[in-house]
Write a protein that binds this ligand. Structure first.
Ligand code: HEM
Ligand code: HEM
Length: 138
């Protein structure tokens, strides 16, 4: 019997793209859930989580997934995987820090700072990954 859904070939590029896409779909779900909650209750204390979860979680991770589908060779490098972890750990720290700071917990500021630095480091690694992957096209 023919399976109704044929999974894509499990190449390294597809695996990293799939990971990014799955995590982006989770962020979209969390983001619209929170957006709806904010709209219904008019409680916008977690607006920054909504914004950064949707933009750095859903939009950015979906773009990273598309990038890895288009340039699968980039995913075979350590840097490709490092970028995934730096971005996601950074984003989790950022939203946790934003949530705590928004509730007046000033001691959580270092968590926010650590998340920011991890995200900046992730962007630097991504810059390197993009440059290496697209260099031959110049
Ligand atoms: C069911 C879906 C969604 C609902 C109900 C929703 C609801 C909201 C609400 C209530 C605010 C706060 C507005 C304010 O405090 O002034 C907001 C802000 C925002 N949302 Fe959403 N949202 C949704 C989906 C999204 C998505 C998918 C994205 C991005 C991909 C997004 C991006 C933003 C941004 C950037 C802001 C900040 C805008 C600003 O302050 O100028 N939202 N949203
Ligand atoms: C290390 C990365 C980032 C950090 C630490 C950060 C931090 C912040 C903080 C603290 C605010 C609140 C400003 C305020 O309330 O006055 C803010 C607002 C905002 N950020 Fe970021 N951000 C980062 C990256 C990004 C990125 C990459 C995007 C878009 C792709 C983004 C989109 C926004 C938007 C749309 C707002 C305005 C939300 C509003 O209307 O309140 N941020 N960010």
């Amino acid at each position: 019997m023919t399976p109704s859904r044929v999974p894509d070939q499990a190449t390294p590029g597809n695996r990293l793209a799939a990971r990014f896409l799955r995590i982006s779909a989770i962020w979209l779900f969390v983001g619209v859930l929170l957006g709806t909650y904010m709209g219904v209750t008019h409680d916008h204390v977690d607006k920054q989580i909504h914004v950064h979860g949707n933009l750095l979680g859903w939009a950015s991770c979906a773009l990273f997934a598309a990038f890895h589908r288009l340039w699968p060779s980039a995913s075979e490098s350590m840097a490709g995987r490092l970028h995934f972890w730096l971005h996601n750990i950074g984003l989790l720290s950022l939203v946790a820090g934003l949530a705590l700071v928004a509730r007046g917990n000033a001691t959580a500021a270092p968590l926010l700072g650590a998340g920011s630095l991890l995200l900046v480091a992730a962007c630097a690694v991504f810059l390197d990954v993009v440059w290496r992957a697209t260099g031959h096209a110049n």
